[in-house]
Write a protein that binds this ligand. Structure first.
Ligand code: ADP
Ligand code: MG
Length: 601
């Protein structure tokens, strides 16, 4: 008896198991399958990405479904289109020897009528993303009022993405007496809430340490200055010539920007985020699978469906807001028994996040230095020499050999080697020749931006505010304009095209606000907000001389006093910008705010 037989799976499924090449059940399968087959139970199963959760619910589901009935009996909810399709494909493979089982995928971005037609033909199992599912229920295109099984896959991620309300709505269309199986990599509070609210004394299984990352992943962090993220990323890539990596950014905008810069700088890079059409995303993913793309720059949501096994490095270009998200990211590498490295580029101010993550993944991070120019040159040199050594000789070269020899006549072996190597190597050595150490986050140390940032650097150096440390600003918009600290931070950052962490200590008052940035982006901020209008009103930023400037929280200042100060400031401006930016614009900022969610799709 094989281990899969011992779990209680029927013959048709065991045949599928062996066709799929599964020899032994994974831990979550070993624990979940017998429980799910044993009767009608609710289950919460926590297991990392890549531990085989799909089969853990897929096989029992198929075994329990009545294939003679065309009624929809099982609903699987999953966060993204990619995952939805992946699960559908897997479950179809599991059901290969089960006649008459139809599994239909329902997801956004594809024809709803086609999907409705497939459902109408009779789908015992529906795999859906919450948004499209809700839509189809609303239009009466799918009936889930008789399901026996509801599976919430990647529950943490669905909730992360703001699907709580949708899930609630969907579940309200399902019968009370059904079994709910919840699968998740992590167990944040929101998932517990779902379990409490919608499940009946669920059994719980946990695989590995709760919330821990795969142990085959090594975690490293690199401390750099806020503006050095991009050159640091390039160095990490250059120091790993065979890198095959997913680079995570927090927003679609950063994702696109970083990918574009990489491509412009000659890397095999591509962007993956929700603003791309499905077709574009498929093209990028195909190129990545074929390793034509070495650096796939992606948002968390878009990357969720990546099922590529041999990713060597995950690079956190920016840390995610949620610690849980980090575990999803690092779980993209170290799959299928391979080892992987998860690198984090952080600024000093983010270091405490590293500690929080260490606790979560229960693994220590290694503090590493961004390789120096000479180190990278050396790595590249040996990589090149080894590549030459390992290159298979193309027979056709023979034909040209006499002519080649003619050309190269009189160059001795030593010289020839030097020349051949220099063809490639000079690019690196030129680039890294004058660059400095990026480590330690010393903001004066920014030789590398020279290639694109010379002008800006000059401006910085001559700027009065280029002394070290952060700069405090005043901006003439506040709560009255519909902002809270988060939306204002986004607004300033997006408008001035800054990085995610460039704006901090945002302190929103009634009709004005304060915020900080590092001195090095002061010029960029002030230039952006010169003569800057929203809805015909001036939005104005100036350096604040307030004592809170360097750092201490302004919150202690209290609302009233701050208001006075703001008025004074408005007056100081000589009335030019004193028009304010009030009520009518709150609509606009509200829009900004609500865009936040879509920003991650
Ligand atoms: P998760 O949902 O936990 O992230 P998946 O269900 O997507 O993981 O499975 C990850 C990979 O492992 C898939 O390629 C799947 O086919 C494979 N897999 C699942 N179970 C087994 C098993 N028992 N033996 C070998 N491979 C398996
Ligand atoms: Mg899964």
């Amino acid at each position: 008896m094989t281990k899969f037989e011992a779990l209680g799976l029927q013959k048709s499924l065991l045949d599928a198991v062996s066709d799929m090449g599964f020899e032994t059940p994974s831990e979550v399968q070993e624990k979940a399958i017998p429980i799910l087959l044993s009767g009608e139970v609710d289950l919460v199963a926590l297991a990392q990405t890549g531990t085989g959760k799909t089969a853990a619910f897929g096989f029992p589901l198929i075994q329990k479904i009545d294939s003679n009935s065309r009624t929809t009996q099982g609903l699987i909810l999953s966060p993204t289109r990619e995952l939805c399709l992946q699960i559908t494909n897997e479950v179809q493979l599991y059901a290969k020897y089960e006649k008459n089982i139809n599994v239909v995928a329902i997801y956004g971005g594809a024809s709803i009528t086609d999907q409705a037609r497939q459902i109408k033909r009779g789908a015992q199992i529906v795999v859906a993303t919450p948004g499209r599912m809700k839509d189809m229920i609303g239009r009466g295109l799918v009936d889930i009022s008789k399901i026996d099984y509801c599976i919430l896959d990647e529950a943490d991620e669905m909730l992360n993405m703001g699907f709580y309300e949708d899930i609630k709505d969907i579940l309200s269309n399902t019968p009370k007496e059904k079994s709910t199986w919840l699968f998740s990599a992590t167990m944040p509070a929101e998932v517990s809430v779902i379990a409490k609210k919608f499940m009946h004394s669920p059994q719980e299984i946990t695989v590995g340490t709760k919330n821990s990352g795969a142990t085959t992943v090594q975690h490293e962090y690199y401390v750099v200055g806020g503006r050095d993220r991009y050159p640091a990323l390039k160095r990490l890539a250059d120091a790993h010539p065979d890198i095959f990596s997913v680079v995570f950014c927090r927003t679609k905008r950063d994702t696109q920007k970083v990918a574009e810069n990489l491509i412009e700088d000659g890397y095999n890079a591509g962007a993956l985020h929700g603003d791309l059409s499905q077709n574009q995303r498929d093209l990028v993913m195909n190129a990545f699978r074929k390793k034509q793309i070495q650096l796939l720059v992606a948002t968390d949501v878009a990357a969720r469906g990546i099922d590529v096994d041999d990713i060597t490095h995950v690079i956190n270009y920016q840390l995610p807001d949620e610690i849980e998200t980090y575990t999803h990211r690092s779980g993209r590498t170290g799959r299928a028994g391979k080892s992987g490295i998860s690198m984090v580029i952080v600024t000093r101010s983010e270091m405490r996040k590293i500690q929080a993550i260490e606790k979560k993944v229960q693994q220590k991070f290694i503090n590493k230095n961004i390789p120096t120019g000479p180190e990278i040159c050396e790595i590249q040199l040996y990589h090149l020499v080894n590549k030459i050594k390992d290159t298979k000789i193309n027979k056709d070269v023979e034909n040209y050999l006499p002519a080649i020899n003619d050309v190269l006549q009189g160059i001795d072996r030593d010289q020839l080697i030097k020349k051949i190597v220099s063809v490639e190597f000079t690019r690196f050595s030129n680039y890294y020749n004058k660059t400095k150490d990026l480590n330690s986050g010393d903001s004066r140390d920014r030789g590398e931006r020279g290639e694109k940032g010379d002008r800006r650097r000059d401006r910085e150096d001559s700027s009065a505010s280029s002394s070290n440390g952060s700069v405090r600003y005043f901006i003439n918009v506040g709560e009255k304009d519909g902002y809270d600290w988060m939306s204002l931070k986004d607004f300033i950052r997006d408008t001035a095209a800054l990085g995610r962490e460039d704006i901090f200590k945002v302190d929103v008052k009634d009709s004005f606000s304060f915020f900080n940035s590092e001195a090095e982006v002061t010029d960029q901020i002030l230039t952006t907000f010169t003569e800057f209008k929203v809805d015909g009103r001036f939005v104005n930023v100036e350096v604040s001389n307030s004592p809170g400037g360097g750092g201490g929280s302004r919150r202690s200042g209290g609302g009233g006093g701050g208001k006075d100060k703001g008025r004074r400031r408005d007056k100081d401006r000589g009335g030019k910008y004193s028009k304010g930016f009030s009520k009518s614009s709150s609509k606009d900022s509200g829009k900004k705010r609500s865009k936040r969610r879509s920003d991650f799709f």
